[in-house]
Ligand binder design. Structure first.
Ligand SMILES: *Cc1c(COP(=O)(O)O)cnc(C)c1O
Length: 222
């Protein structure tokens, strides 16, 4: 088995300029994160609030954390001000709550809107149509303490690379359509897409962030 450090170095050596690696450490112990940290990795992704808070408290302060899992509204307050990005905003109610809690805490939260284009059914994520409607109606103008940085999404879990291309292209196209409709929207630059099985395709389609877990840390024990 290759080491975590080897995996980090190997993956990073394939990334074009401007593409950032989010090392998805969910379900792996702090020791695994430390191994990646010692290989130079500073950006990690976690998907459960309590696990994230425990790891953050135990690990170096210069780590940047992206929250990538479904965020329950009753847990928003506990992570505000502690992440460098919440990638998984999947409802307007959650967005409003993040904005309210950020304002209350005197911080600005950076977030991505999670868009659902994959074939699998899921409760989480906006449809492209919902997001176009939100942005066309300029709902973002009422945000006071939240910076919308872009989109996060997943491709269909399939071996059909044409379908994977189509899904990632749909996310990239949606970002451009939103920018076309909202000339006053600034810094809406991030496209977080691509995981262990499909990140090279995501990069071809314009990903700025890839979220890789298994390829770095091995299989998760849920
Ligand atoms: C777990 C997870 C990943 C990482 O998946 P791997 O296949 O292990 O690379 C990426 N994105 C999200 C949103 C996840 O929940």
């Amino acid at each position: 088995m290759t080491s975590v450090a080897d995996n980090i170095i190997r993956i990073k050596s394939t990334l074009p300029e401007g593409v950032e690696l989010v090392a998805v450490s969910k379900f792996h112990p702090a020791e695994a994160i430390t191994e990646a940290y010692n290989a130079g990795q500073r950006l990690f992704g976690e998907s459960r609030v309590q696990e994230f808070l425990t790891k953050q408290a135990a690990l170096p302060a210069d780590i940047r954390w992206h929250f990538i899992g479904h965020l329950q509204t009753n847990k928003v307050r506990s992570i505000i001000g502690k992440t460098s990005m919440i990638e998984s905003v999947d409802s307007l109610r959650l967005l409003q709550l993040i904005d309210d809690e950020s304002q209350r805490a005197g911080v600005v939260s950076r977030v991505l809107m999670q868009v659902h284009v994959a074939a699998e059914e899921t409760k989480f994520g906006f449809s492209p149509e919902e997001l176009l409607e939100y942005f066309t109606q300029a709902g973002y103008r009422s945000l006071r303490a939240t910076h919308l940085c872009g989109l996060m999404g997943m491709a269909t879990n399939t071996d059909d690379t044409r379908r994977i291309h189509a899904d990632f292209n749909a996310i990239a196209t949606l970002r451009r359509q939103i920018l076309d409709r909202c000339p006053d929207l600034t810094g809406f630059d991030t496209l977080s897409m691509g995981m262990s099985g499909d990140y090279p395709i995501a990069i071809e389609c314009g990903a700025t962030h890839i979220r890789v877990g298994t390829d770095i840390f091995g299989n998760r024990n849920y």
